[in-house]
Design a protein around this ligand. Structure first.
Ligand SMILES: [Zn+2]
Ligand SMILES: [Zn+2]
Length: 149
């Protein structure tokens, strides 16, 4: 199994590069395959101003959360149901994770997608209360609904 490293939030003012699981085309919560997803080898990732809210301890971000919601990478693995993205593509992903199929997505309100966060509408990679998606300040990251995202 290939290795992976990511930037983990440890507590207010504290982050650390840690060894983390290599991403799988899998939805952990629903315990099923994620055939609409791809895995990226991250080429570039940003530290966003909104990451500062977590890192400075102004949120309830849990220790161990892998940060990073602004991601550019090369596609290295493609789920069976992905049609328009190919291995080797260089892609950037929007920070909001969206399914592209629900009512809100169809109205263009991808920031409040109804399908990607069981707790409330809207999700993002590596962000507190945004669906538990692993962030992209890492070597590798999984992107669901790859054709749309
Ligand atoms: Zn941001
Ligand atoms: Zn949606």
């Amino acid at each position: 199994m290939a290795t992976n490293r990511g930037v983990a939030y440890l507590g207010p003012g504290e982050v650390e590069v840690q060894s983390i699981d290599f991403p799988k085309l899998e939805l952990t919560e629903q315990k099923r395959k994620c055939e609409h997803g791809v895995i990226l080898q991250v080429v570039c990732t940003n530290i966003c101003g909104s990451d500062q809210h977590m890192v400075r301890g102004r949120t309830t971000a849990p220790p161990g959360l892998i940060l990073g919601h602004e991601i550019t990478g090369e596609v290295i693995e493609v789920g069976r149901d992905v049609e328009f993205i190919k291995k080797g593509d260089l892609v950037s992903v929007p920070f909001n994770i969206a399914c592209g199929r629900c009512r809100n997505c169809k109205e263009g309100k991808t920031g409040i997608c109804l399908s990607v966060n069981p707790a409330r509408p809207g999700a993002a990679y590596g962000y507190v209360d945004m669906g538990g998606w692993v962030g992209g300040q890492a070597e590798y990251v999984m992107v669901p609904y790859a054709d749309f995202n």
